[in-house]
Design a protein around this ligand. Sequence first.
Ligand SMILES: *[C@@H]1O[C@H](CO)[C@@H](O)[C@H](O)[C@H]1NC(C)=O
Ligand SMILES: *[C@@H]1O[C@H](CO)[C@@H](O)[C@H](O)[C@H]1NC(C)=O
Length: 432
Amino acid sequence: MHEMKKPRKIPFFLGFLCFLVLLSASFSAASRPSSTTKKPSVIFPVSGNVYPNGYYHVTVNIGQPPKQYFLDIDTGSDLTWLQCDAPCVKCTPAPHSPYKPNKNLVTCKDPLCASLHWPANYQCEALDQCDYEVEYADSGSSLGVLVQDFFPVRLTNGSISAPRVAFGCGYNQEVPGSNPPYTDGVLGLGTGKSSILSQLQGLGLIRNVVGHCLSVQGGGFLFFGDGLVPSSGIVWTSLSSKSFEKHYSLGPADLLFGGQASGVKGLSIVFDSGSTYSYFTSQAYSALVSLLKKDLNGKKQLHDAVDDKSLPVCWKGPKSFKSVSDVKSYFKPLALVFTNAKNVQFQLQPEAYLIVTKQGNVCLGILNGTEVGLGNFNVIGDISLQDKLVIYDNEKQQIGWAPANCNRLPNVDRDYSEGNYQSYAAMLPTSL
Ligand SMILES: *[C@@H]1O[C@H](CO)[C@@H](O)[C@H](O)[C@H]1NC(C)=O
Ligand SMILES: *[C@@H]1O[C@H](CO)[C@@H](O)[C@H](O)[C@H]1NC(C)=O
């Protein structure tokens, strides 16, 4: 029997869904009114790609003296964690040796711990430590204790700061699939109070904003704070306000195929950089696959590549392909039209929904979310986030995007000063 190879990584946010019940308690600090004055940002170069790696990661420094760790970028979950020698019961292969805690446990009396465990009445035990467990949709998980340590960062205003932040010290990890991300842990960038973003905001360092620019060629950059948010050129959409949707969700949206209505309407969308591919609900997925097949049948150049098990739907051409640009002309662009807002579209060029495999075939990078239990959500994963500047603003409760060249890091040392974002702006579309 032929078995479909599971995608390497499926969205992190479902675990977050289970966990969100625990995370959604409001933190004791009152939310501050946002003013229009910008605060600085922190920039991280990004490594990785959609295929073949399946994830993007940043390098962070943690501790005193600081040590480097690679963390998977995940806007679909809140808690940041590192594999940890506490001792490590079950650590998975990682690029660096596990983090060594140093009597820096967050106690279970800390409001952050309470926020992790709400509404279950967390009993402070004799040990006084704050246990956590996070489970992801792909059945990966991390179990450990909360610790607090220095997180030295260089702000774009030139200052160096070493705030203490709380994160998970994970001593028991389960990884899904045969080829999990080769990282030391996860950088949780979700909407919740336990995220590092929210903690840095609480310390008054940055605004609770995160942005990423993931390049089709691999790599890119990530930033915290609003210091690098362009004042124009970004299309903004409000986050869904439904209280149970604590992740970055938008909608409803209708799907366009080649600029035409596809009949697929009212989609709930979640942006999740922790997912390699994008996922549509079964109905939307099935409509998309038939539209693509019908369109390709008319062109008679591509044929089903049933022997390529990289992803469920693949096509082969007259000769083997090297990159998506070789097949671009066969495929129409897709777009999500947000019907609650005026003229708000999220464009998906062929690069944002196709990969070219090692076998030289082209495969659909939008998968059947119903098959992996995503329910009603349509997940926009890394593949569809590429070559765009995507900004998640937790203070204004909105997500914005613009097409961008993600290959160049903003040259902050040379170019950043109040009101001078030139080199950064150079990466953005010329319309800015
Ligand atoms: C940079 O910003 C931080 C926090 O937002 C602030 O504490 C610091 O004083 C600023 N540094 C300079 C040089 O303006
Ligand atoms: C998507 O997955 C569901 C659940 O496994 C299945 O019933 C459905 O047929 C799938 N849809 C398509 C178009 O493959």
